[in-house]
Design a protein around this ligand. Structure first.
Ligand SMILES: Cc1ncc(COP(=O)(O)O)c(C=O)c1O
Length: 423
């Protein structure tokens, strides 16, 4: 295998040691394709950078929740950061031990809390006073102790897209530092809550270490204040958020991020938890799609492909850039095209005004950097079955989620009896 995970050999795009065309011939298009070697490499980069500092890497399941991805990471020692009962179910099914699971999110339901308490997760990252009260009541009903951290909103600008910025006062996430300290004092007096950690998360696709460090400095202030009033914390959960390169971005490497963090935190008693998602799996995956039609009008050229905004929503949702490569390298002249899907929305595009070689009906395209927030954000809009997911390991590949069928589309639906009776 070459150094790069996705590379051309004899003008054919490979994932590890497998030609992408070979997968397409067996699986059909569109499909997501993930490299297990990439996932492992990124996880190990984080893990090794911590050296002997006690730490836990809780992969953010929302970024990619395929069982094969979770299992690959779990077998290296990863835990999970979850935000729903469904993600907890997946994490457990993939073999992630419950004592390596942290639960974030502003809207945990009582049923979800009960499920997580029964599973014995490491801690709940509590985001409001009411949530803490409900958690306490739920724990009491089940005669369990809920380990908690308070998610602090450090009011730090992560300098990222406003939709994925989470650590500003105006965002719905976490509690102010003053509120957090009050909640810790209340929780410390509860028989059903065990104060375990402190957490923050300031956003996603962050391209500098500075915002993380600013947030960490603020959190250290709270830890010291709590410690002086006898409240000791075992964990500092620093969230996720490290960016990746989709094109020209030059994000810090996991090693840079961890070493910047350790400069501040290595001497502290608390073990460090991080919740990376995108930076582990984003560049592990591509979305492979087939060119259905080329068309042009007086203004534009279009490549109409068989993947759409329901399969990869990021371009439509955030105007996000994804590099697009031909699966079979072409020497043809370049042309400027919009790469669009079959969905009946003008917002259904994967790329706009992009220079690509002249291609023909039936040619394959790879949408790069699609391993995070790709399949997990996909939907059945326009009654399109969700695509297959494939994982590659060296010379082998396996379908790790089958393409949905038309029957999957209507699973659970019914026509009410009154329609059939004609009444
Ligand atoms: C609480 C929490 N943890 C972790 C993540 C993962 O972030 P990323 O994929 O940017 O690493 C997110 C993403 O929004 C989040 O909200």
């Amino acid at each position: 295998m070459k150094d790069e995970i996705f590379y051309y050999q004899d003008k054919s795009l490979y994932c590890e040691d497998v030609p992408v065309e070979k997968i397409a011939a067996e699986v059909g298009t569109p499909f997501y394709c993930y490299s297990s070697a990439y996932l492992e490499g990124r996880f190990k980069a984080y893990h090794q950078a911590f050296g002997d500092k006690r730490h836990l890497i809780c992969f953010a399941v929302k970024a990619n929740s395929n069982l094969a991805v979770l299992h690959t990471l779990s077998s290296l020692g990863a835990g999970a950061d979850i935000v729903s009962g469904g993600e907890l179910f997946r994490a457990i099914k993939a073999g992630i031990p419950s004592e390596r699971i942290v639960y974030s999110g502003v809207g945990k339901t009582e049923a979800e809390m009960a499920y997580a308490l029964q599973q014995g997760i490491l801690m709940f990252n509590v985001e409001s006073h009411q949530e803490m009260q409900v958690l306490e009541e739920t724990a009491k009903l089940l005669d369990k102790t809920a380990r908690i951290s308070i998610r602090v909103n450090p009011d730090v600008d992560a300098k990222t897209h406003p939709y994925i910025s989470t650590g500003l006062k105006k965002n719905k996430f976490g509690l102010s530092m003053d509120q957090a300290i009050e909640l810790y004092r209340e929780a410390a007096g509860s028989r059903w809550l065990e104060v375990t950690g402190i957490s923050f998360h300031i956003g996603s696709q962050i391209l500098e270490t500075e915002p993380f460090i600013n947030a960490l400095e603020k959190i250290q202030g709270i830890i010291h204040e709590l410690s002086s009033s006898g409240i000791k914390l075992s964990y500092m959960d620093l969230g996720g958020g490290l960016g990746i390169s989709y094109g020209n971005e030059v994000p810090p490497e996991p090693e840079d991020y961890v070493s910047a963090t350790l400069k501040l935190a290595s001497g502290m008693d608390q073990a460090i938890i991080i919740e990376p998602g995108r930076s582990i799996c984003g560049n592990s995956g591509i979305l492979v799609t087939k060119l259905l039609y080329t068309k042009k009008n007086s203004l534009k050229n279009f490549y109409v492909v068989d993947a759409a905004m329901n399969d990869l929503g990021r371009p439509s949702l955030y105007d996000a850039f994804h590099e697009i490569r031909p699966v079979s390298e072409k020497d043809n002249e370049l042309t400027t095209v919009d790469v669009v899907g079959p969905i009946c929305e003008t917002g259904d595009f994967l790329a706009r005004d992009r220079e690509l070689p002249r291609m023909n009906r039936g040619d394959l395209l790879a949408v790069m950097s699609a391993g995070a927030y790709g399949f997990t954000m996909s939907s059945n809009y326009n009654s399109r079955p969700r695509v297959a997911e494939v994982m590659v390991r060296g010379t082998r590949f396996e379908v790790v989620r089958e393409r949905e069928t038309f029957n999957d589309l209507v699973r659970g639906e019914k026509i009410p009896d009154w329609e059939e009776n004609g009444s």
